[in-house]
Design a protein around this ligand. Structure first.
Ligand SMILES: *Cc1c(COP(=O)(O)O)cnc(C)c1O
Length: 370
């Protein structure tokens, strides 16, 4: 008996996490390239690292590792609720935002449902949709690579259960302007779930950006996903959360594993939410890095998108695999966007000063030699 005979019907649509060079941990990249210095700008990780206060809180929590963590993570829920001006019962924690996306799918998606996903967005919406055997319906992007909200609305059918949006969007770094978001939400039928993934919201600089949390109590099935992996520098510890109406949170709690969020990250996240200076520093560093990238990209005449995240979308105008390979020779690892059918585009995380410098200097050499 082959294992393929006993796995679920959706199995052919599921793929294990790919591990190409850009996906490896930095030590493994060093080993593969035989380099001592590698600038990994493919994961949108925070270059700052957790603050000393966070590390202290996490270290202290280690002495109680014999005990199960708080199941719901009450103290973090309370703190988030306080910051967002909502009630703690409107918050739910997950093992990274990735698990939140899967929990939403497991709670709400049936095989007969359709899920609308923008074509150029975070890949896990498709993975979660496929996991449940629901049907993904892709929405086209506008010419400027922003979301076409009219196109999304036009794809709603009687089978539509959910719509995934990423704001600011990965991999373009662009936002949905607040007036457009409000208008969009007002046109969504009541029974459809709108999931807004705000993994990068802390980095948003545009005055046109607004979090969906403001509208949670106006649209019954609006749900916002956040993470501590990006601006809060805790990707390795895994913590995400969702904000929604109490009914939606309660429904997801029927599916959530009881101890999905470990005690160490609970301690660290609480300390990180209280460490305002660290997040300010992360944002300032990110803005400086972006400005430095914009300047060089403009001097090289390469099209890019102004970013409200910690990465920049760049059209290199040549085969991105070639650029990737040449950058790797300088120890700089970026992400190509070939999986989206974009053959000349790359996404580059904004690292710390020397990482951004390594990227722009290498890119300059590669482009001017070509
Ligand atoms: C990084 C990222 C996530 C995943 O966050 P984790 O909390 O590390 O699972 C979710 N959504 C988007 C858009 C991301 O870029």
């Amino acid at each position: 008996m082959n294992v393929n005979n006993i796995v679920r019907k959706v199995y052919p649509k599921l793929t294990p996490y790919k591990c190409e060079l850009a996906d490896l941990p930095v030590d493994e990249i060093k080993a593969v390239l035989g380099k001592e210095t590698v600038y990994k700008l493919s994961f949108n990780e925070s270059p700052l690292g957790p603050s000393p206060k966070v590390i202290q809180a996490m270290t202290d929590s280690l002495y109680d590792l014999n005990l199960y963590p708080s199941s719901a993570g009450d103290s973090i829920m309370k703190k988030i609720a306080e910051i967002e001006g909502i009630s703690p019962e409107q918050v739910i924690l997950s093992n990274g935002a990735d698990e939140m996306i899967i929990l939403i799918a497991q709670t709400f998606l049936e095989p007969e449902d359709e899920v609308i996903i923008p074509k150029l967005s975070f890949i896990q919406y498709l993975a979660a949709t496929n996991l449940m055997g629901a049907t993904p319906v892709f929405s086209e992007m506008k010419k400027d690579l922003s979301y076409d909200l009219e196109d999304i609305l036009s794809r709603i059918t009687s089978k539509t259960k959910a719509i995934f949006l990423c704001n600011p969007n990965n991999p373009t770094g662009t936002i949905i302007p607040k007036t457009a978001l409000v208008k969009f939400l007002s046109n969504i039928p009541d029974h459809i779930m709108v999931v807004i993934d705000e993994a990068y919201q802390e980095y948003a600089v545009s005055p046109e950006f607004e979090s969906g949390v403001r509208y949670i109590n106006q649209h019954k099935f609006l749900f916002v996903v956040r993470t501590f992996s990006k601006a809060y520098s805790l990707a390795g510890a895994r913590l995400g959360y969702g904000i929604g109406t109490m009914n939606v949170i309660d429904a997801i709690n029927h599916v959530r594993p009881p101890f999905n969020v470990n005690a160490v990250v609970q301690a660290g996240a609480l300390a990180s939410l209280e460490d305002i200076e660290h997040i300010q520093e992360a944002k300032a560093l990110n803005n400086q890095g972006k400005e430095m990238m914009y300047e060089v990209l403009e001097s090289l005449g390469l099209p890019y998108l102004k970013s409200d995240t910690n990465f920049v979308y760049i059209d290199t105008k040549v085969d991105s695999s070639v650029i990737f390979q040449k950058l790797a020779e300088y120890g700089v690892i970026v992400r190509t966007l070939k999986g989206y059918g974009l053959d000349t585009s790359i996404r580059v995380s904004v690292g710390k000063h020397e990482e951004v410098l390594a990227f722009v200097n290498s890119l300059k050499k590669i482009i001017t030699q070509a």
